[in-house]
Design a protein around this ligand. Structure first.
Ligand code: UD1
Length: 437
């Protein structure tokens, strides 16, 4: 079982290059099913979630040609449905974004069959808004044995108007993909405005779609008959960039975070400045420096342009050592998304969780411990805590982290961190336990 072993307490220095956006990639790869022709994607992150989706497309009959580590050519001209073997469904189900196959298959074939999605385990993750939207486009949707089965009346979706009762990134994306080739005009109201929503719209438009308004709260789509091939470069990952920014805030030092869109990071930069961390913006980089004591702050997560929920665990890890009281409130996920707090407590953090908020009393330092990743971003928070802690931290269940962070060990080592990935065999069961059992 692979683990990260971190000898903490070393400030970070140097420059780190941010990879393409995971949440854009996991929407754009399924959306490529709609494209007849060669679709070249550049700046793809090299992470296990994109790998799973590329494998899924291969099983569906797409030609997938890796040009280099971050560029792929996809030809989905001859993709078919119902060709995924059972073991591939098991793999696909593990990632949340598998539900984008629903919109993409409906748009391409007028029918779809896909699994109920998995992904990070931070509580109930309903898909009622996806279903509401696709139903408004004329799909008939039912659940059967862990699968979602959908069929467009008359074999092709028809444009419609949808109001999302809850601002949902996933529902916005799924409906946008499906509507790109629906007959007529679709209007989606109260949509999410995250950078990857805009990136998906730009991708679809560069393949011949007519999507307007992405980045505002109303998206209007005029359906086209089909999408054609083209080249598209994905945006850099807002959350990966934010993770390195918070790592510098926690461990101290000065780092240039390169290949970013500083506008996407504004909310994180502002909060870090409040915490006594210097953040200087360039055209496509931010410089982050921390050498003084941190200041305690309060923060609440909200849909974009609010503070991203996917930065909540990392920020909590930093605030563990900010003298005074900080309050971190989760405003996107109903269950608070605070499972990881118990792991930070093992390292000496003083945190109490009540309802949707974590109350932190800053401690002088964290102490290394054996901790686990509860999910992707919680895993990143453990790495950050380990980098700032005194002593040795072992982070287990790193498979979550590798779903969304490219070469986390290599990137942190290049900044001077002492982090290694070790592969230790599982401890054999104690024979005494077996005989007792
Ligand atoms: C995406 C991100 C995830 C991030 C989240 C919020 C991907 C692959 N994942 O997840 O990392 O934390 O956005 O920024 O992009 N909801 C409903 N009904 C629905 C859909 C959602 O009630 O049909 C609720 C959810 O329970 C949650 C809120 O809406 O409380 C936001 O969820 P949503 O934006 O849909 O998150 P995901 O797209 O799953």
């Amino acid at each position: 079982m692979e683990k990260y072993v971190i000898h903490g307490g070393r400030p970070l220095h140097g420059s780190v290059e941010i990879s393409g956006a995971k949440n854009a990639a996991v929407a754009i790869i399924p959306a490529a099913i709609m494209v007849r022709g060669v679709c070249r994607l550049e700046n793809l992150p090299e992470i296990s979630d994109t790998d799973t989706l590329l494998h899924t497309l291969t099983y569906m009959g797409a030609k997938v040609n890796m040009i280099n580590r971050s560029t792929v050519e996809l030809d989905c001209t001859h993709v078919q449905m119902d060709t995924l073997p059972e073991d591939m469904w098991v793999r696909t189900r593990k990632i949340r974004a598998s539900y984008y196959l629903l919109g993409a298959m409906l748009g391409r074939f007028g029918r779809a069959r896909t699994t109920m999605p998995g992904g990070c385990n931070f509580g109930v993750r309903p898909i009622d808004q996806h279903i509401k939207g696709l139903t408004a486009l004329g799909a008939d949707i039912r659940l059967n044995g862990g699968f979602i089965i959908a069929e467009a009346k008359d074999g092709r979706l028809k444009g419609g108007t949808v109001y999302l009762d809850k601002v949902s990134v996933g529902a916005t994306i799924n409906i946008m993909i499906a509507a790109a080739t629906a007959e007529g005009r679709t209007v989606i109201e109260n949509v999410a405005r995250e950078p990857h929503i805009v990136d998906l719209a730009n991708f679809l438009n560069s393949m011949g779609a007519d999507v307007r308004g992405a980045g505002t709260d109303v998206i209007k789509i005029r359906g086209v008959k089909q999408l054609h091939g083209g080249t598209y470069t994905l945006i850099p990952d807002q959350i990966e960039a934010g993770t390195y920014m918070t790592a510098v805030a926690a461990a101290g030092g000065a780092v240039k975070i390169a290949n970013v869109i500083p506008k996407h990071l504004e909310c994180i930069s502002t909060k870090l400045r409040e915490m006594n961390v210097e953040v200087e913006e360039g055209d496509d980089y931010v410089l982050v420096r921390r050498d003084g004591p941190l200041h305690a702050v309060n923060l609440k997560t909200k849909p974009y342009p609010g503070f991203p929920t996917d930065m909540q665990p990392q920020m909590t890890a930093v605030l563990c050592c900010a003298p005074g009281v900080s309050v971190v409130t989760e405003g996107v996920w109903n269950n608070g998304r605070f499972k990881y707090v118990g792991e930070l407590k093992k390292m000496g953090a003083q945190i109490e969780v009540e309802d949707q908020s974590a109350f932190l009393q800053g401690v002088d330092h964290l102490t290394g411990a054996v901790v686990r990743s509860c999910d992707l971003r919680a895993g990143a928070a453990m790495v950050i805590a380990g980098l700032s802690a005194q002593g040795v931290t072992t982070v287990e269940d790193i498979v979550y982290i590798e779903r969304g962070y490219q070469d986390v060990v290599g990137k942190f080592r290049a900044l001077g961190a002492d982090i290694r990935c070790v592969d230790e065999p599982e401890e054999p069961a104690d024979p005494a336990d077996i005989s007792a059992g």
